[in-house]
Design a protein around this ligand. Structure first.
Ligand SMILES: NC(=O)c1ccc[n+]([C@@H]2O[C@H](COP(=O)([O-])OP(=O)(O)OC[C@H]3O[C@@H](n4cnc5c(N)ncnc54)[C@H](O)[C@@H]3O)[C@@H](O)[C@H]2O)c1
Length: 366
């Protein structure tokens, strides 16, 4: 059945990849509700904006009237909720927006969907899903040798992860109390083209290309489990279409890397792709090339040391697995930033809105 899918946050990093996937690889109609915060970039949607199956509404998920009108006008068959404030550093500096969007926004959507769901009948009612997209950061710090499973106790460390944890609990409560048909996914760190320059991988690439310092928090030994964004999007679609109501699915790349190793690998890839910059660094006496730009900065408060996901449930039950290896995904990503990102940033002035605290990076990408 062709669906009408309401996506919140479809102009952000993962949301735009999801919208591109749905328009290019399915016959579904997509309604994108996005507030267009600093983190968004409509250029990420490219030609899908021209599709008659794509509709954009600029607005806030906290606006109950708007959300209710949207549901009744477009009559979506499902909702995939990605809109969030997603940058851990920003949540430490100012948490209000995180509480508002991530908690109140999710509550507002749940309430509107609960009422809308009562108006659905037959196949539309049976097929309706509220898919909440969340993060592995809700589980907190992980000891070596362990993996996050769907049963791991919540123990969030930052205002960002605490707000996402709260939203996860709300979504599950709306299922248990009101019978709203929900599915929840908790995913590890995503990377790929079109990610905002404040996150670790794009920041490393863009700073290196600009000859600016590449900041590394603390000792750089923090471990994240990296997943290529298009693999995440395929996983989300599997959960939306095949996931069991009320269930949670962990999504990860089984790809643990230390931050310093990620940054070193990017520097090596850049040295192959843009030797001219290496030459100019060497001319200024930097024999180490891009790696000479690496600068260790004070660690972030509450910085979790390790995240790693056990994604065997989604692999076993829904047949999903990542296609991209870290090596192939990172190469594609670095090549994309080298070739495309300047135009992408300039077009929508993302760079101009970049986080003022220039010498900070975000490895807990959310
Ligand atoms: N990036 C990751 O590594 C990662 C990993 C796991 C889970 N997640 C989750 O996936 C989702 C998407 O992450 P992302 O990296 O694409 O985030 P992002 O910051 O790139 O994009 C967020 C989008 O939400 C929109 N938005 C923010 N507040 C809004 C509001 N009040 N109303 C409507 N729209 C609003 C923004 O304009 C932006 O387009 C988030 O819920 C995040 O918690 C992200």
């Amino acid at each position: 059945m062709n669906q009408v899918i309401l996506i919140t946050g479809g102009s952000g990093f993962i949301g735009s990849a999801l919208v591109r996937f749905l328009i290019h690889h399915t016959a579904h109609t997509v309604i994108n509700l996005d507030k267009l915060t600093y983190a968004s970039n409509p250029a990420s949607l490219g030609d899908v904006r021209l599709s008659h199956r794509y509709h954009f509404i600029e607005g806030d998920i906290c606006d109950a009237g708007l959300v209710s009108n949207l549901l009744h006008e477009y009559r979506p068959t499902s909702i995939m909720h990605l809109a969030a404030e997603s940058h851990v550093d920003r949540s430490i500096d100012g948490s209000a927006e995180f509480m508002q969007t991530n908690i109140i926004g999710t509550y507002t959507l749940l309430e509107a969907c609960r009422k809308y769901y009562t108006t659905l009948v037959d196949r539309k009612r049976d097929g309706f899903r509220f898919h909440h997209i969340s993060t592995d950061e809700v589980y907190g710090d992980l000891d070596f040798g362990e993996l996050f499973t769907e049963n791991t106790r919540y123990d969030p460390s930052s205002p960002y992860s605490a707000s996402k944890a709260a939203s996860d609990h709300l979504v599950r409560a709306w299922h248990r109390t009101y019978g709203l048909p929900i599915v929840v996914t908790n995913c590890s760190n995503n990377y790929g083209p079109f990610q905002h320059a404040e996150k670790l991988i794009p920041q490393t690439i863009t700073n290196a290309l600009a000859g600016k310092s590449i900041p590394i928090y603390g000792n750089g030994l923090q471990i994240r489990d990296w997943l290529y964004v298009e693999d995440h999007v395929r996983a989300l679609y599997s959960v939306l279409t095949q996931g069991k109501i009320g269930k949670t699915y962990n999504i990860g790349g089984s790809c643990e890397k230390r931050n310093i190793d990620v940054v070193n690998t990017i520097c090596e890839l850049l040295e192959e792709l843009v030797p001219v910059n290496v030459d100019s660094l060497a001319a200024s006496g930097n024999a180490l090339g891009f790696k000479s730009l690496i600068t260790y900065v004070d660690d972030r408060p509450g910085h979790d040391v390790r995240y790693a996901i056990d994604s065997s449930k989604i692999q076993r039950e829904l047949g999903w697995k990542p296609i991209e290896s870290f090596e192939s995904g990172l190469k594609k990503t670095v090549e994309w930033y080298v070739k495309e990102a300047v135009e992408w940033y300039v077009k929508e002035a993302v760079k101009a809105k970049a986080y003022e605290k220039a010498d900070k990076s975000e490895d807990g990408a959310s």
